[in-house]
Design a binder for this molecule. Structure first.
Ligand code: ADP
Ligand code: MG
Length: 366
């Protein structure tokens, strides 16, 4: 089998948030006609003698975890996995072997393929860049800051809790919490990049491991999305990858600063602060506490109900957000339509496009 019988490789899609392990390209899968995200080991991680570096093993780990969590609606789908011969960063041909979604077979072949110097790849569902929270929330001027409205942030947090619930029940911890790995379209959360996640054994599955996962969720994803700030009190910056970098990234952050965001619900601030302080003992406790917060924001759960006033305020909020999202979509369409018209109209159009871009830069939903 050759690579060009399987995939037509297109452009890089990771340039706004490149990872440590892989390069990611759009690729057309000839068997399905679908465009996928092809995640391929960076060639610099190949070992000259054919040993497996941890970056290589991480591909086996990711395939294993994606397979185990496959029925979660909140993870990226694994569509195919395999190995390829090309050592070009963007593979340019050569032989390839495709194993479909057989993560176990992929894991078994890992060492042998490393020995021959082939690189592992994962073909993933291609998620739109415009849903990536890092891409959406990073402002293009230092004076701007974007945050997700509480209503959407709570919906996202509840879905993340449900993903971690399913993961922890199988002794899997996600760990690599950062906005770069989170996709959000206003409705459904999708998480990518499970190669730094861990499948714990019955011996290594200690409560502290799960608490660390919840800590990383609060510090690495929820705090930045509710405040538009990095937990290091700077503007949003890409977070370093790699194993040691991940360990060090949030470890020392036990206190969160909400000075910049005084309008953020006090109950939510308190919950995130408890997570940062490693005081939330399990995903069940986190979900309970989050539901209590969500009840203050107009949601109902078995056991704790909201008030009629909050319920109707939330309905209005949701209607308003829906209209705002439609409005932003329309502004984007208008900008795209007006882009690239004849010279005579250009000055006027430039003025309009510039105006639309300014409106979009000051949008209230990321
Ligand atoms: N399924 C996908 N759809 C769209 N873009 C993706 C997808 N997977 C990865 N990317 C892009 O590629 C980047 C690197 O991918 P990631 O899985 O984080 O690699 P690494 O393991 O090297 O960190 C991501 O930050 C994202 O921008
Ligand atoms: Mg990554």
């Amino acid at each position: 089998m050759t690579l060009s019988q399987l995939y037509h490789i297109e452009n890089y899609i990771d340039t706004f948030a490149p990872g440590h392990y892989a390069r990611v390209m759009a690729a057309l899968d000839f068997r399905t006609g679908q465009t996928v995200a092809l995640k391929v080991l960076r060639p610099e991680h190949l070992h000259p003698e054919g040993d497996m570096r941890w970056e290589y093993r991480a591909f086996g780990n990711e395939a294993h975890i994606l397979a185990r969590l496959a029925d979660s609606p909140h993870i990226v789908r694994l569509l195919d996995c395999g190995f390829l011969e090309s050592s070009q960063e963007a593979p340019d041909g050569g032989a390839a072997v495709s194993l479909g979604t057989d993560a176990a077979a992929f894991g078994k072949e890992l060492a042998e393929q490393a020995r021959r110097g082939w690189r592992p790849y994962l073909a993933l569902e291609n998620l739109p860049r415009t849903d990536n929270l890092f891409y959406l929330m990073q402002p293009n001027s230092r004076s701007l800051r974007r945050r997700l409205p509480g209503e959407e942030g709570i919906a996202l947090a509840l879905q993340f809790a449900s993903l971690l619930h399913q993961a922890h029940a199988q002794r899997i911890v996600y760990l690599d919490h950062k906005l770069e790995h989170v996709y959000w379209d206003g409705q459904t959360l999708r998480v990518i990049d499970f190669n730094s996640s861990q499948q714990l054994s019955t011996e290594t599955a200690r409560p502290a491991e799960y608490m660390k996962d919840l800590h990383n969720l609060c510090v690495g994803v929820l705090y930045p999305l509710f405040t538009g700030m990095s937990p290091r009190k700077t503007t949003l910056l890409p977070q370093p990858g790699g194993l040691e970098a991940l360990e060090a990234r949030y470890q020392d952050i036990t206190e969160l600063d909400f000075m910049m965001e005084p309008t953020l619900s006090q109950a939510l601030q308190a919950l995130l602060q408890r997570g940062a302080a490693m005081q939330i003992e399990s995903v069940e406790a986190f979900t309970q506490a989050l539901q209590q917060v969500a009840a203050l924001h107009g949601r109902d759960f078995p056991g704790h109900y909201t008030t009629p006033a909050s319920r109707s305020a939330r309905d209005k909020m949701r209607q308003g957000l829906k209209l705002l999202r439609e409005g932003e979509g329309r502004l984007r369409q208008a900008r795209a339509v007006m882009d690239g018209i004849s010279e005579d109209l250009e000055d006027e159009l430039r003025r309009l496009v510039k105006g639309v871009s300014e409106m979009l830069n000051h949008r209230v939903i990321p």
